[in-house]
Design a protein around this ligand. Structure first.
Ligand code: ASP
Ligand code: MG
Length: 438
């Protein structure tokens, strides 16, 4: 059994839904995980935003537009007045009227979760009925019946596996099973979600729960590229990545795969394949526990980085200094991405300036502070085991004409990170492509 996840763009129009339906019924017995149609989650969040700002009219008007859009999609998917059209209309109307009631009597944050869950409920209802209308047997596995999270918002793997296996045996054989990405229930049994972009995570959790043969993430690009195609010409897809390499890339900006998706698949050793809905026959990228192959695979960039240097002679020959520095970031719930130290100072980077003023005020008690904003982490990923010679030199040499604020290597065998100015980002990415891949 395979798990196939399709993101918002892959089901973004009636035509795309039809394409996906064709794709997923080619092989029997797989599970497909769907996001909401593209734009829907944002629109649902906007509806809640109006509710939170006490503007029910704004909420209703936005909902009206959303409802019209879905009516149009239904017309295209089901031109004939048959039972499948009736069922699709019924489900979409139930979702829309559910949102209408939420707008009428909101209950804070739960209202937002309830509203936003309707995006995936609608996309899956449309797909189910469309596949049924093709004469294929499709069955729904409602995510709200098996995807559960604990108090900390973390998925409960063994419970998910137990419920999902039970559900599958109850619904019996099918050409294809359909389920919602992103949405789940919390410990109070209320509707919750796995955070923005969480459908990839759903697919990975299901794959691990059922020990699937493969998890496929279908998007609209031919796999993970060796550089960012938005900024660099002539990038090419990477055919094979180790889980660790994929994790570094997903975290450092390659938008194609959500970082949370890697871990469940890696732990259960289930290969993840990135494929292209627009070009289903293309090879894509395979992510697994493959053996290292001594090459640099890809380059990615992470924006909106702030570097903070703390210089202090108190650090010289002392212990406990770093822990006092890190503890300040911990207190303000601010994650550190890069760390570089010398005997008299330490530089760290953060990607969230929300508590910067408070953090700086505290750090000033420890040393002299320098802050550089508008920076970018350039991340080079590959099999960079330290006994392999020449990689560091190649990377640094590629960037010899660009001012580099920090360099970090040795944290893992898979990555070298460099901090440069935002204004040098495209140049840095292009030079790395030129030196490393051509
Ligand atoms: N629909 C959700 C979002 O837009 C989840 C997902 O697409 O992965 O964030
Ligand atoms: Mg996504």
């Amino acid at each position: 059994m395979k798990i196939l996840k399709f993101g918002g763009t892959s089901v973004g129009t009636a035509q795309r839904i039809k394409n996906v339906a064709g794709l997923v019924t080619a092989e029997k017995g797989n599970i497909i995980v769907l996001s909401a149609m593209s734009g829907t989650t944002n629109q649902l969040l906007e509806i809640y935003d109006y509710v939170a700002k006490n503007n029910p009219t704004g909420a209703s008007e936005t909902l009206g537009r959303l409802s019209q859009k879905y009516a149009g999609v239904i017309d295209e998917l089901f031109p004939d007045n048959n039972q499948w059209r009736a069922s699709a209309v019924k489900e979409v109307e139930a979702a829309i009227s559910g949102i209408r009631s939420e707008i009428a009597s909101p209950t804070g944050e739960q209202t937002q979760k309830n509203i936003v869950s309707r995006g995936e409920l609608m996309s899956t209802a449309l797909m189910l009925n469309y596949i049924l209308s093709l004469g294929k047997e499709a069955k729904m596995l409602p995510a709200l019946d098996y995807m559960v999270i604990d108090m900390a918002g973390e998925p409960v793997a063994n419970e998910i596996s137990r419920r999902l296996n039970k559900l599958l045996s109850e619904v019996g054989d099918a050409d294809v099973y359909i389920t919602q990405g992103f949405i789940c229930r919390n410990t109070d049994g209320l509707i919750d979600n796995l955070k923005r972009g969480g459908s990839d995570y759903t697919a990975s959790l299901i794959g691990a729960a059922l020990l699937a043969d493969e998890i496929q993430i279908w998007t609209d690009i031919d796999g993970m590229h060796n550089n960012d195609p938005r900024f660099v010409e002539k990038t090419s897809p990477v055919r094979n990545l180790h889980f660790e390499e994929a994790a570094e890339l997903a975290y450092f900006g390659a938008k194609i795969l959500h970082p949370t998706c890697i871990l469940p698949a890696k732990l259960a050793n289930i290969p993840v394949r990135l494929l292209n809905t627009m070009e289903p026959a293309a090879e894509g990228t395979l992510i697994n526990n493959s053996t290292p192959d001594h090459t640099i695979k890809a380059v990615a960039a992470k924006d909106n980085i702030t570097a903070i240097k703390i210089k202090s002679s108190r650090m010289l020959l002392a212990y406990g200094f770093l822990s006092r520095v890190f503890e300040i970031f911990e207190r303000y719930h601010t994650a550190i991405d890069m760390v570089v130290t010398s005997e008299v100072g330490v530089s760290v980077t953060i990607d969230n300036e929300q508590h910067l003023p408070e953090i700086l005020a505290e750090l000033k008690k420890l040393g002299t502070i320098t802050v550089d904003s508008d920076m970018v982490i350039i991340c080079v990923v590959g099999d960079l085991e330290w006994n392999n010679r020449g990689f560091e030199a190649a990377v640094v040499n590629a960037l010899k004409d660009i001012p580099v604020r920090m360099i970090s290597y040795g944290g893992s065998n898979y990555n070298i990170s460099l901090l440069v100015r935002k204004t040098d980002k495209i140049k840095a990415l292009s030079l790395l492509s030129e030196y490393l891949f051509s």
